[in-house]
Design a protein around this ligand. Structure first.
Ligand code: PA5
Length: 429
């Protein structure tokens, strides 16, 4: 296992007896494998890391390399599962202030005129390209932004604008597929049996990652390793299922309402956003489920940290901690020592951050009575990130099935869309 799952700060009373759940977990595992559970036609992601072809990966890398050589900016146009995975990965793997020559920006995830206006104005100063991603091909935020992007592309680059577009959509259906067929854009398929929030392993995630210069083969290798490690029906040894069961137990038996997912690096904040979407959109139905929310520490220890420590006892925490950062900085001695920091001379920021992590774990668990689960990665790289995603997707499927909800639909999301279409006067609403 590339992820070390720790229950040392959970408390004995919060740890279920895994042996008692052996049969239940094994029967859900069988249901997942045999594709007989709720939403079973959306389990294409289970084996996708194994079945994805080398020729598809090569094609994505070579198209992305052409884009990297010709353009300085890629706009990823999509919302929800159609952009969160790529944003999370690119932030996590390249950092927030990258020196990579290909800038990746995001549109289609908001209807805010200020944001869209600012982005379009900025793009006028860039030599930009677009990756539009929509499975349905009809999502308003994405479609509106894509139309605006096409207008700008035509204005800036005339008839050759099509060369700057890559689309990822369903193989046969939806407005975007129709447009791809009419206009001849370069396009990749999001398989029909994989939903948005499970699609980071498909061209949805892979094209933006490759355009960002990330090794997508290593990313898929990590996914596939997790697929193998998590393919184990035994709760006493399967860490992925243990994580799913512990959160289920804390929710249903110990009555916790919230799982707070915390990271110790700002570059991982978008991973938390991806994770929130995965669990909240998958499980939050039928009046059930934990609310998954997040913090970035130590920043948020100076705001929500107070609530976690002493506020109402509604939450437990899951911490993602990466042991070895890509970069480190050592504190130097200052002869004047006016700031009183010389006791840290020779210490690195990673050492200090790690002490903050341990100190916080102890404070929240020992003094605040807040159960903590720890997920530790040795380092953040493409392979480990791929592993982490698959691990969490499989845990999410198990967790949702423990609650007896369909992990793969999102009927609630449709309600706002229908209201909005009605208010906007769309035909049929
Ligand atoms: O996870 C999901 O299914 C959703 O978040 C979708 O990804 C999101 O609504 C975007 O849908 P589409 O790709 O159809 O534009």
């Amino acid at each position: 296992m590339k992820i070390d799952v720790g229950f040392d700060y959970l408390g004995e009373k919060n740890l279920p007896n895994f042996n008692r759940y052996k049969r239940k977990i094994a029967s859900i595992d069988k249901m997942i494998k045999e594709r007989t559970g709720l939403g079973n036609d959306y389990l294409g992601w289970l084996d996708y890391p194994l079945s994805i072809s080398t020729s598809l990966l090569d094609d994505i890398v070579s198209t992305a390399n052409v884009f990297r050589s010709k353009y300085d900016t890629l706009v990823v146009c999509g919302i929800g599962g159609s952009y969160l995975g790529s944003k999370a990965s690119i932030d996590a793997l390249r950092g927030l202030k990258t020196t990579d020559p290909m800038e990746i920006v995001y549109l289609g995830n908001s209807l805010d005129p200020n944001y869209v206006h600012e982005m379009l104005a900025y793009l006028k100063t860039r030599n930009f390209s677009v990756c539009v991603i929509s499975k349905s091909g009809t999502t308003t935020e994405t479609s509106v932004s894509f139309r605006l992007l096409k207008d700008l592309l035509k204005e800036q680059y005339g008839d050759k604008y099509r060369e700057r577009i890559v689309a990822v959509t369903d193989e046969t259906s939806g407005a975007l597929r129709k447009e791809v067929n009419n206009e001849g854009y370069k396009a990749y398929v999001l398989p029909g049996d994989i939903g948005g929030r499970y699609s980071v392993m498909t061209p949805v995630g892979l094209f933006p990652l490759a355009a960002a210069g990330i090794d997508i083969k290593a990313f898929m290798k990590g996914m596939n390793e997790a697929r193998i490690d998590c393919d184990n029906s035994d709760i006493t040894t399967n860490k992925c299922y243990q994580y799913a069961l512990v959160r289920y137990y804390l929710h249903t038996r110990k009555k916790y309402k919230v799982e707070m997912f915390n990271v110790y690096e700002p570059r991982l904040t978008a991973v938390s956003e991806w994770f929130k979407q995965l669990f909240d959109e998958s499980e939050g139905k039928d009046g059930k489920a934990l609310l998954l929310t997040s913090c970035t520490f130590t920043t948020d220890l100076h705001s929500l940290g107070q609530f976690i420590q002493e506020g109402s006892k509604i939450l437990f925490e899951t911490i993602l901690y990466v042991k070895n950062p890509d970069n480190d900085i050592v504190i130097k001695e200052d002869p004047e020592n006016l700031d009183g920091l010389n006791y840290l001379t020779g210490k690195s920021l990673s050492f200090i951050n790690q002490k903050a992590y341990i100190g916080t774990l102890k404070a929240h668990y020992e003094n605040g009575n807040v159960p903590n689960i720890t997920l530790t990665l040795d380092k953040m790289d493409a392979e480990n990130l791929g592993y982490l995603y698959y691990f969490l997707m499989k845990a999410c499927a198990m967790s949702a099935y423990l609650l007896n909800v369909n992990p793969f639909n999102q009927p609630g999301v449709e309600v706002y869309k229908k209201n909005m279409f009605h208010l906007l006067g769309k035909e049929g609403y």
